[in-house]
Write a protein that binds this ligand. Structure first.
Ligand code: DQA
Length: 142
């Protein structure tokens, strides 16, 4: 099964961006790790990151056309982008991931416009949350 792991704005800076919040794993290392981990679960994982909302919406359309589930860390878009929420609603299913515990942070991070239609939500488990999301998708493949 093909799975898209889509990352929103500023996540390409992982490793140097607020390591006390997001950890020290670089985006490149995370992407490589997820492809490997996915392979071990029988998944064909594609990891992408964009700071452009239009590009991210295009990728969600691509996942919808490919009938591929998505692991989605939409970064700050999570909290306000109805356009992204509408695009995410088109994919067969998605798991929303946040590296940090958004509920323990600023008020504006407590609400997600993506959660209502998510298959599952993984918050505050560090970059390991992506592995958990892949494991969930592999275990419940349909
Ligand atoms: C994040 C949390 C968001 O609030 C923030 O804007 C991010 C990353 C996380 O993974 O913890 O960019 O989605």
């Amino acid at each position: 099964m093909r799975v898209f792991v889509l990352n929103g704005p500023n996540l390409g800076r992982l490793g140097t961006r607020q390591p006390e919040v997001y950890g020290g794993t670089t985006y490149a290392d995370l992407a490589e790790h997820l492809v490997e981990t996915g392979r071990g679960m029988g998944l064909e994982v594609e990891v992408r990151q964009s700071d452009s909302e239009a590009e991210m919406i295009g990728w969600l359309h691509e996942a919808a056309d490919a009938d591929a589930p998505v692991v989605l860390n939409a970064g700050a878009w999570t909290h306000y982008s109805y356009a992204l929420a509408d695009a995410a609603a088109l994919v067969p299913r998605y798991v929303e991931v946040h590296i940090s515990n958004v509920h323990a942070r600023e008020e504006f991070r407590h609400h997600s416009v993506l959660s209502a239609k998510a298959d599952g939500i993984i918050v505050g488990c560090g970059v390991g949350g992506y592995d958990l999301a892949l494991a969930h998708l592999a275990a419940t493949a349909r």
